[in-house]
Design a protein around this ligand. Structure first.
Ligand code: DQA
Length: 142
């Protein structure tokens, strides 16, 4: 089983950005943690991070025919991007939306998620462990 893990804008700044919300662990720590769980589950995992909306659309389209599942933390694009929603709908790949924090408990504008309606599940507010839960959700769909 092949899973693509996509992280959106500013998640390359994990460890530096707002540590009181996102913690002190870095993006590379996150990649390491997910890779270890993927190995345990027998999942072939790959990673993509970008600060650019169009690049993320390209990554989702690129998963067509190559990935069995997508784990995505669209970060701020969660709350703004119809393009990401349409991309997930276009490829039809089972996708889990992940957030490190719980956006529903924060600013009003974070309560909207465009991508959610195309996702099989949303995991939020569980820190980095949310990504591991997302892998297990996708694995159990198979
Ligand atoms: C986030 C929550 C979003 O509201 C925010 O814009 C992010 C990160 C999270 O993982 O908690 O950049 O997706």
């Amino acid at each position: 089983m092949k899973i693509l893990v996509i992280n959106g804008p500013n998640l390359n700044m994990l460890g530096i950005r707002e540590p009181e919300i996102y913690g002190r662990a870095t993006y590379s720590d996150l990649v390491e943690l997910i890779s270890a769980e993927a190995e345990r589950l027998g999942i072939d995992v790959s990673f993509f991070q970008s600060n650019h909306e169009g690049a993320i659309v390209d990554a989702i389209q690129g998963a067509y025919g190559t990935a069995d599942g997508i784990v995505i933390n669209p970060a701020a694009y969660t709350h703004t991007s119809v393009a990401l929603l349409d991309a997930v709908k276009a490829v039809g790949i089972p996708t889990v939306e992940v957030h490190i924090s719980d956006p529903d408990l924060r600013d009003e504008f974070r309560k909207i998620s465009y991508i959610r309606q195309a996702c099989v599940a949303t995991v939020k507010g569980k820190g980095f462990d949310g990504y591991l839960e997302a892998l297990r959700i996708l694995k159990n769909l198979k």
